[in-house]
Design a protein around this ligand. Structure first.
Ligand SMILES: [Fe+2]
Length: 372
């Protein structure tokens, strides 16, 4: 049984400019599991790791949260134990804790295909402040060893870029007749607000809010979304409010179309708090709406939109697992759509426009638009 660390991954802690979650897995338990870290590859500091366990685990999952890190600093780290051996040394850079230009990347519906791996490499090469996977991660569907394959493949990205997730329908798992829910994902992906499937974090002038659209009847979550978006909008330091959620309300995917349940449950909250941008998946393709308010798009042309005119929804479900077909006709609000693997790069400046660039899996551009 190997003690060699695998599936090494990063995610922000509750305070993204000073805390980092580090998680990995081994086959047999370690004596004194630890993360060693420091400002150079010589390291110098250490924090003990804790085991995270769930009833269907496939190995020993360890986790440590580094705290009191310096904003803007690069840190080197390795995980393991003195007796069992260490991983290679990786590094990451903490976000600054003041207004600054930054960029992040995103996609959804990831999986374990060659296209999935290519897409992880695509976004890693852009060196984003973080990457977001908007649900439907491994497609384990109850087969827990698929999570190991997935997380090992994800390491190329997640060991150096904080990789944040929200949950899709495929994270709500069953094993045979037994519903196990989100336990595998909640255990394997420590995020801010650990133990819940909704959380928020703030970088520079932007509040990011992530939640779980599989649970429209979770009133606690709905109240949290309402309160969190209201606070985000009240904060004078926030220029942008950006949401990640799995199911898109609007779309023209074959046999799917618009999602009335999402339109009824979540869209009124996004409208109410004038969310700028919503990044979704679920439909395995690329589709982007004009700014929406109250179920319609006031502007239906161009690619530069005044801030505050509506919420722009993007479906970037071409993360790699497979592709779906489009209906012959787009929705009345569709600005761009294509059956393709895809990823997003979003550039958030201190001043000026928010710039969204969508790319295909082969890195060719799909489109670029701005909120000005
Ligand atoms: Fe989905």
């Amino acid at each position: 049984m190997s003690t060699q660390p695998t599936q090494v991954r990063l995610a922000f802690g509750d305070e993204p400019t000073t805390q980092m979650n580090i998680t990995w897995q081994v086959q047999s338990a370690l004596e004194d599991p630890v993360v060693e870290y420091g400002p150079t590859a010589q390291l110098g500091m250490r924090v003990p790791a804790q085991r995270r366990t769930y009833p269907y685990e496939t190995g020993i999952i360890y986790h440590a949260r580094l705290v009191n890190l310096k904003p803007g600093e690069r840190y080197y780290y390795r995980v393991g134990s003195a007796k069992g051996g260490f991983s290679r040394a990786y590094s990451f850079r903490m976000p600054l804790n003041r207004p600054h230009d930054f960029h992040f990347t995103a996609f959804a519906d990831h999986g374990t295909t060659p296209a999935s791996v290519q897409n992880s490499r695509n976004v890693a090469s852009l060196q984003p402040t973080f990457h977001f996977i908007a649900g439907d991660l491994s497609y384990a569907n109850g087969r827990q060893p698929i999570w190991d394959t997935y997380l090992q493949q994800l390491e190329v990205l997640a060991s150096r870029v904080p990789t944040m997730v929200c949950f899709g329908n495929h994270e709500n798992e069953r094993i045979g007749d037994q519903r196990i829910g989100y336990i595998a994902s909640l255990t394997r992906f420590p995020m801010p607000n650990d133990g819940k499937y909704y959380y928020t974090y703030r970088i520079s002038n932007t509040q990011f809010v992530a939640f779980n659209t599989n649970e429209p009847n979770d009133t606690e979550q709905l109240e949290w979304i309402d309160k969190t978006l209201a606070e985000a909008r009240r904060n004078p330091n926030n220029r942008w409010v950006i949401v990640f959620m799995h199911h898109p309300p609007y779309g023209s995917t074959e046999r799917r179309g618009n999602n009335e349940r999402i339109i009824r449950t979540f869209v009124p909250l996004l409208d109410k708090h004038r969310v700028d941008l919503v990044i979704c998946g679920h439909d395995h393709l690329y589709e982007r709406m004009y700014p929406m308010r109250g179920g319609d798009a006031p502007i239906k042309s161009g690619n530069r939109y005044p801030k505050g005119k509506g919420t722009i929804y993007i479906t970037c479900g071409g993360g790699g697992v497979s592709l779906y077909n489009l209906m012959p006709q787009p929705t009345p609000w569709t600005a761009k759509r294509e059956r393709t693997y895809c990823y997003l790069q979003v550039k958030v400046p201190v001043r000026g426009s928010l710039v969204v660039e969508a790319f295909r899996g082969d890195n060719s551009p799909i489109e670029r638009f701005e909120i000005v």
